[in-house]
Design a protein around this ligand. Structure first.
Ligand SMILES: [Zn+2]
Length: 180
């Protein structure tokens, strides 16, 4: 194995490298997604991808079969056909599970962990089940807001709920298939 000269910036700690982000390119070199380094290494070890750019300073990762260095960018060797990606709009229908995934379970009013969703315009007043009208909401904020609009409840949204990136579903499918 090559011994390389360490240089600034610092390498990730041994137990945190798996959390660093790696850019994944399609075989055609188009950017597909960012994934965690442990998934990227799985792709490299399975022969599904190659390293395009190594992360600096070099950070060695050893497996039983081979040694490699932590990548910054990898490229899939087989072209992934993305197909038609249907547009998603703020007024498209959303499900609570989809909204929680979009908001990463962070409450839209206080940013703490949320397991439920809030209708920004209350359901009782015709608030629809759409990406633009649903936001992840913790139990405390949900109870405090009750059947009111944020203005009436004196609460402020931390971000404007939007439709998710239409690529997101395709990206999840790809990583389920390639690096489960
Ligand atoms: Zn909250």
């Amino acid at each position: 194995m090559l011994i390389r000269h360490a240089a600034v910036p610092t390498a990730p700690a041994a137990d945190t490298w798996i959390h660093s982000r790696v850019l994944v390119l399609n075989a055609s070199y188009e950017a597909l997604d960012e994934i965690t380094a442990d998934r990227a290494v799985t792709l490299l070890l399975s022969g599904a991808a190659e390293t395009v750019i190594e992360r600096l300073p070099h950070f060695p990762i050893r497996s039983q079969r081979l040694a490699l260095t932590l990548p910054e960018t990898i490229r899939l060797l087989r072209y992934v056909y993305l197909g038609h990606v249907a547009p998603v709009e703020a007024d498209s229908r959303a499900t609570p599970a989809g909204v929680l995934r979009r908001d990463k379970h962070r409450c839209g009013y206080c940013a703490s962990w949320a397991a439920t969703v809030d209708h920004i315009r209350p359901r009782s007043r015709g608030g629809p089940n759409t990406w633009g009208n649903l936001v992840a909401c913790c139990a405390v904020c949900n109870t405090a807001k009750a059947d009111r609009t944020p203005e009436e409840a004196g609460m402020r949204l931390l971000w404007e709920p939007k439709a998710p990136d239409p690529l997101a579903r395709t990206q999840r499918r790809i990583w389920k298939e390639y690096a489960p």
